[in-house]
Structure formats: structure tokens, C-alpha cells
Ligand binder design. Structure first.
Ligand code: ATP
Ligand code: MG
Length: 434
């Protein structure tokens, strides 16, 4: 594979401020004599000509017992160029927070030891960047380029990740990879569909035997992987790939994704969630989970949400959406009575789940839920009526009249309440002596 011109690619891809940041790191690392590398997604995207994301830096310590190399470099840079550093000593990592610019993560090179499939690994410092790259998920992420001193721009590609990028291939580093960490299956599908690559045949063959190990992965970690997928433009293709590989069923048998789910989820992008002042991520995650569970019965869906240790808000929104059925031709006031009992995120998720109800649900979220009568309880008291349980009912009835299209102003509402009060023999003082 041709030698990559990292310097040239950086100059093309990055704004000057980010290049300057790298130059600061180059000088600081050279001064401390610490071989320092940009690793993973940034290197991958740079080589692909895609807009690269955050810098992820790995600093190689001179001594195996030394986990402080990353934090030391971050500290020196902050002293020289400003900002603050937060250190996680146990992990040998640090973040350089800069007031005016992006925050940068520094990690001391480390290796991982997997004690049991699916569990989080034990992390220990490693002398070499190569050992650090050997713990990574795919060859296309096991890439690094050097940024310290004269070595700036030198590529490290011990697993021929550049060949795989050129061949548009997602490939694991070794046969135990998915068993050690089954969340990599989700990651692999995410890269495959995001980049328009193919998981290589050998890597694909490793998925089926690793599916049993998904049971050992915590609900939080699986949910995190699913949520990362929901956030991607190609989410639907990713879920359908996961379904085809048996991964969804291995997480929980209630989860499924098919052409109909794919068709329905398209609505999500059109919902004005920000205008409705709803939590965008909650609506998105609820809508996807509701679609994933739309073939399951209520109990099975509940168990799947437990498996994923979904938060109360998320569970409430998903089960609310799944259970929502408005009868055809429901009057707005009747719809509001039902919908007011649900969290708004459930209503938004239901608009994705049930296309035939979408129009009504959108009107509820945009307008109906805010409709209130002009009169308040105080106005009724001022009218001479005696406070009681009927106040709530009358104000509710006024709201219903407005929702169902009555043209009511304040006077109109007063007239209606007087009429109801008279009909119900609820007599106020002014009328008592008629
Ligand atoms: P993305 O564009 O999705 O953020 P990324 O490569 O930046 O891609 P991160 O999740 O930010 O991905 O992780 C950073 C790096 O850490 C990856 O490039 C990969 O090398 C490594 N990594 C992350 N998760 C795993 C994992 N489960 N197993 C092995 N290596 C991992
Ligand atoms: Mg990243």
C-alpha cells in the first residue's frame, strides 16, 4: 500500500486552529521525549477523506509500570498553552480542557486482559503503542500516526488497516475478538453500514459462534450500542443487518426489525421534536425501541426493556407508545383525555409507530395539549359560585368545547358555566333572589 501523506491530508482536512493544536502537542511531546500517536477513528476518517472527529491521543511510556505518561503530557500542555486537566490515574488517562478550543483526550498506552467473555477487561499499562493497537476492535481502527517531534506524520498500521480501507472491508484483528467483547459485533455492523463497507467473510463467520456470549453483556452496554446506532443516519440498515445476523434475537427474542419498521421510522426525521420542546434523544430512542418491539406482546416487550435496563423515562415512553390506540374518528377532546395520561415522548414515539394516528398525535403535541379555557377557578368564584368538585369538571368541559371547535371567548365561557350551574341547581348568591 502506498505511503500515506498524513501531513498533506491533515492540511486539507483540518482548520488551522486544529493543526496548531497538533503542533503544540508535537513540541510538548518531543520535549518530554514521549512517543505520541493519534489513534483510531480520527486516523481512519482522515485516510478515508471523511471529516475527522475528535483527536484520540495515545502516549507511550518508557516504563511498563508508568501509567502517568498521558496525564504528564496533558499537564505540560495545559501549563504551556492554558486550560485545565482532569486525570483518571487508575486508567492512565487525562483530558485537556481548553476554554476556547476542543477538549483532547490523552491515554497512556495500555493492554487489556479478558478474564471472561462479555465482561469488561482488566486494563494494564503497556510499553508499546503496538500492544495498545492490538486490543482494538477492527483493523480500520487499529491505525495510528505519530505526532511527536520529527516523527510527525509517520503511520503505524500493524494489521494492514489501510488495505482494508481500500478494499472497503471491516475485519477483526483475531479470531477471539467477538467472544472477548461481543459489543464489537454491533460496532462492526455500525462501521459497515455507515461507511458502505462489507464485513469480511472470515469476520462474518465469527459472529454466529459468538452470539451466545451476548447474554453475558450488561443491559447498559447493549443499550449503549443500540443508542449509538439510533443516532446514525443509516440506523435502519444497521438494525436490519443485526436482525439478519441473529444479533437482535440474541439480545432478546422480542426484538425484531423488518421492512415495515424501516418504512415507519422514516417519519422520525420529519417530526418537529424541537418545536414541541421534547428531549430529542429520548424521542428517538423511544421510537426505535418501540419499533423494535412492535411485534412483541406487552409482557415480552416489558422483559426486553428490563434486559436493556432502560431508564424509567425510556420504559414509560416505549410502553406508552406501544399501548396507544385511539379509536377511529375520536373527537379531539376524547383524544386529549387519553393522551394527557402519557408522557409527551410516548406520544411522539407513537406518531412514528402508528402512521394512521400520526396526524392526530402531531396536533396534540403541537397544539391540543396547550389548550386551556379562558376562565379559571377564581373567575367562577367571582361569578358567585361556591367552589366544589364541579369546578374541575366545568373547566374540563370548557377545555373540551374549545378542543372540539367551539368558538368561545371569555363571555361565551361565562354564559356556558352559568347555564351548567343553573341546570345543575348550583346556585350562586346573585341568582339566589331571582
Ligand atoms: P466513531 O466514529 O464511531 O466515534 P471511533 O473509532 O472514534 O469511531 P470510539 O467509540 O470513539 O470509536 O472509540 C475510539 C477507539 O477505541 C476506536 O477507534 C477503537 O480503536 C477503540 N475501541 C472502542 N471500542 C472498542 C471495543 N469495544 N473494542 C476494542 N476497541 C475499541
Ligand atoms: Mg470517537
Amino acid at each position: 500500500m502506498a505511503v500515506t501523506d498524513v501531513r498533506g491530508a491533515l492540511a486539507l482536512a483540518l482548520p488551522t486552529a486544529r493543526v496548531q493544536r497538533l503542533r503544540q502537542i508535537q513540541a510538548g511531546a518531543a520535549e518530554l521525549r514521549l512517543p505520541t500517536y493519534v489513534v483510531g477513528g480520527f486516523a481512519r476518517d482522515l485516510l478515508l477523506g471523511r471529516p475527522p472527529g475528535d483527536f484520540d491521543l495515545v502516549v507511550q511510556a518508557a516504563d511498563e509500570a508508568d501509567a502517568s505518561a498521558g496525564p504528564r503530557l496533558a499537564g505540560a500542555l495545559a501549563r504551556r498553552w492554558g486550560g485545565e486537566v482532569t486525570t483518571h490515574r487508575a486508567f492512565g488517562t487525562a483530558t485537556w480542557f481548553h476554554p476556547a478550543q476542543e477538549n483532547i483526550d490523552f491515554a497512556t498506552a495500555r493492554t487489556e486482559i479478558y478474564t471472561r467473555p462479555g465482561a469488561l477487561p482488566e486494563v494494564t499499562p503497556a510499553v508499546s503503542i503496538l500492544a495498545d493497537l492490538s486490543r482494538r476492535d477492527f483493523t480500520l481502527n487499529a491505525l495510528a500516526f505519530r505526532v511527536d517531534g520529527d516523527g510527525f506524520g509517520e503511520m503505524l498500521d500493524p494489521y494492514q488497516g489501510q488495505d482494508d480501507l481500500a478494499a472497503r472491508r471491516v475485519r477483526v484483528l483475531h479470531g477471539q475478538s467477538f467472544q472477548q467483547d461481543p459489543t464489537r459485533i454491533f460496532r462492526g455492523v455500525r462501521y459497515e453500514q455507515r461507511l458502505g463497507f462489507r464485513i469480511s467473510p472470515e469476520t462474518l463467520n465469527l459472529i454466529a459462534p459468538a452470539l451466545t456470549h451476548i447474554a453475558a453483556v450488561s443491559g447498559e452496554r447493549v443499550r449503549r450500542e443500540l443508542e449509538l446506532i439510533f443516532a446514525e443516519p443509516q440506523a435502519s440498515a444497521m438494525l436490519s443487518r443485526l436482525a439478519g445476523l441473529g444479533v437482535l434475537a440474541a439480545v432478546n427474542p422480542a426484538l425484531s426489525w423488518n421492512a415495515e419498521s424501516a418504512r415507519r421510522v422514516a417519519v422520525l426525521a420529519d417530526l418537529p421534536v424541537a418545536e414541541w420542546k421534547l428531549d430529542r434523544d429520548l424521542v428517538r430512542d423511544s421510537a426505535y425501541l418501540a419499533l423494535l418491539l412492535s411485534e412483541a406482546d406487552q409482557d415480552a416487550a416489558g422483559r426486553a426493556l428490563e434486559r436493556l435496563t432502560a431508564s424509567r423515562d425510556l420504559q414509560g415512553a416505549v410502553t406508552g407508545a406501544l399501548g396507544l390506540r385511539l379509536p377511529a374518528n375520536t373527537r379531539p377532546s376524547e383524544a386529549v383525555t387519553v393522551l394527557d395520561r402519557l408522557p409527551p415522548a410516548a406520544v411522539a414515539a407513537a406518531a412514528v409507530l402508528w402512521p394512521e394516528q400520526r396526524h392526530v398525535l402531531e396536533q396534540y403535541l403541537a397544539a391540543w395539549r396547550f389548550v386551556r379555557p379562558a376562565l379559571s377557578g377564581d373567575d367562577l368564584v367571582a361569578l358567585g359560585l361556591k367552589p366544589g368538585p364541579e369546578f374541575r369538571r366545568w373547566l374540563g368541559q370548557l377545555r373540551a368545547e374549545r378542543l372540539d371547535g367551539a368558538e368561545l371567548d371569555r363571555d361565551g365561557e361565562l354564559a356556558l358555566v352559568r347555564q351548567w350551574a343553573r341546570l345543575e341547581d348550583h346556585v350562586g348568591p346573585e341568582e339566589a333572589h331571582d
